[in-house]
Design a protein around this ligand. Sequence first.
Ligand code: HEC
Ligand code: HEC
Length: 530
Amino acid sequence: MKKTPPIVSLMSGLLTAASLSFIPSASAADAQNIVQQKCLACHVEEGKTSWSRISHQRKTPEGWLMSIARMQIMHGLKISDDERHTLVKYLADRQGLAPSETEGARYALERRLNTSESFESQSFTETCARCHSGARVLLQRRPASEWEHLVHFHLGQWPTTEYQAMARDRDWLDLALNEMVPELAAMLPLQSKSWDQWQKSVKPVVAGSWTFAGKMPGKGEMHGVMQVVEDNKDQFSITLTGQYADGSAFKGTGEAILYTGYEWRANLTVDGISMRQVFSTAKTGEMQGRMFEREHDERGFDFSALKQGSTQSSVIAIQPEYIKVGDTVELSIVGTGLQGDVVLAEGLTLLKDVTSDQNKRVLQVKASNSIATGPKTIRIGKATADITVYDHVASLKVVPAFQVARVGGNDSSTPKIEAAFEAEAWAAGTDGLAGTEDDVRIGFMPATWSVEPFDATSAADNDVHFSGRMNAASGVFTPALAGPNPERRMSTNNAGNLKVIAQVNDEGKSVTADGQLIVTIQRWNNPPIP
Ligand code: HEC
Ligand code: HEC
C-alpha cells in the first residue's frame, strides 16, 4: 500500500516546490486548462473562467498554495509541481489581495513566527485565532457564503473542533455561523475598492538596481546593491553585492517571482546559504520585507531597498545610527541620489569625505564635546537623515522582550530553532531621568549576553544547564537537542524558561536589561502561513 506522506513534510515540500520551480511563463490559458483538467472532477464550471468555490475567494500566493496543497492532501487531487505553480501564479494574480489588504498581517508571510497576535474582536480571537494564526484569516477575502462554507469545512474535517478549549463551553457552530460569518464578511469582503484600484493601477517597475540596507541580529548592519533583471514576465534574476559593517561580504545570486504585481518571492544563495526574500514592491521605488535563511527562518532581518537612478534623493540607512559626544566615527550613508555637498548639524564636523558615490557616502564625522544630545540632521545634497547623538546610556531594552526557541536535531525531522536578541540602548531625555516618556532611542549596541533561571521552577530543574547555550557575544541562543533526556528529572525533554540578560559597559558603568526566553518543543505543523 502506498504510504501517504505526513502533512508537515508535504506542506514544506510544497513550499519548496512552489518557490523553487521557476518554469517558463505559463499563459492564463494554460492555467485555465489545468483547472479544466484537474479541478472540475469535483468543482463545477459556472462560466468560461468561473468555477465553484475557486472563483469566489481572494488570497495571497501562500494562501493559494495552501488551498491547493489541501486539495492534494485531503481530497486526493493529482497535480504536478509545475501545474500547481502555474495555478498559484494565475490565481494570485487574478484573485489576490491589494497591498493595503495585507497590511498588518504581513508578519505571517514574512515568517516572523515569534509574533504575538492581538485583535480587537474577542470573538474573532477565540473562534478563529487559536488553532492557527489570525493572520491566516486576515489574508483572505470572501463573501458571506464562502466564509460559511469554510466554517462547515472546519467542523466537517475536524469534528473535535467543538470539544476543544473555547468551544466546548459554548455553542461553537452557532457562534461561528451566526456571529463570525457576518463579522468576517463585513471585515474581509470579496469585493473591495482597494482591490479594484490595484488591478487597474500601473504597477511599479522592479527591474533595475536597488540600494539595500539591513541588520542581521547577531551579525550586525549591512548594506549593498541588488541588481534585478527581468528574464520573463514577472520572473527575475537577482545579484546581491553587499557587505557587513566589519567589511565581510554579503553576496549572492538567485531568482524571484512577482505575484499580484507586488508580492516579491525570491530564492537566493548567499555566501553558500539558501535564503528567501518575502517583499512588497507596491510602493514605486521601494522594496520592503524580510530576508531569511530557508532552513532556519528565524535567522533573518528586515530588508529595505530604494531604487537607484530615480530623480529622488533619499537615505535608507545611516550605519551606525548613533554617535557619542566627543567621538569620531566612520558613517556609511546609503540611499539614492546622494551627490552634492555634505552639511552637518552644529557640533558635528566632517573630518573626511571617504568615498562619494550616488548611492553611498562614507564620511568620517566627529561629534564635539559640547554638542547637544538628540537627533541631528545630516544633509547630503537634497537628501537628509538623522543621526542620534548621545552622552551616556541611561537604560537598555532586550529586543524582542519575549521569544520562543525550539529544541531540535537529534535525528528528528526538525532542526533546532534559535532565538537572537538585541540590546537597544536609550538615553535619558531632557528630564535627565531614565525610563521616562521622553527617553531617546540611541540604537542597537553590542552587549554581553547571559541566561539565568526565569523562576524557582526553572532553577530547580536546572534549565540553564539543560536547555541550550547563549552566545555571550552575539546574543544568539542555540537550544539543546530534542527528545527525552535521561539526565533530567523524569527524563523530560530539554524545554526551559530562561531570563535573558544583556549587559552594556558605558564608560565603566554597567547597564543591564532582561527579557524572557521559552525553550520548547518542535513546531510539528509548519505550513507556509502559520
Ligand atoms: C477530489 C475532489 C477535488 C478536487 C479534484 C479539487 N477539489 Fe477543491 N475542494 C474539494 C472539496 C470537497 C472542497 C470543500 C472542502 C474543503 O474546503 O476542503 C474543496 C474546496 C476548495 C476550495 C475552497 C477552500 C476554502 O478554504 O474554502 C478551493 C479554493 C479549492 N477547492 C480549489 C481547488 C483547485 C484550484 C483544484 C484544482 C487544482 C481543486 N480544488 C480540486 C474537492 C476537490
Ligand atoms: C480547531 C482548530 C481550528 C479553529 C478553531 C479554526 N481553524 Fe481554520 N483551520 C484549521 C486547520 C487545521 C486548517 C487547515 C490547515 C492546513 O491546510 O494546513 C485550517 C484552515 C483555515 C483556512 C485556510 C483554508 C484555505 O484553504 O484557504 C482559513 C482561511 C481558516 N482556517 C479560517 C478560520 C476561521 C475563519 C476560523 C473561525 C471561524 C477558524 N479558521 C477556526 C483549524 C482551525
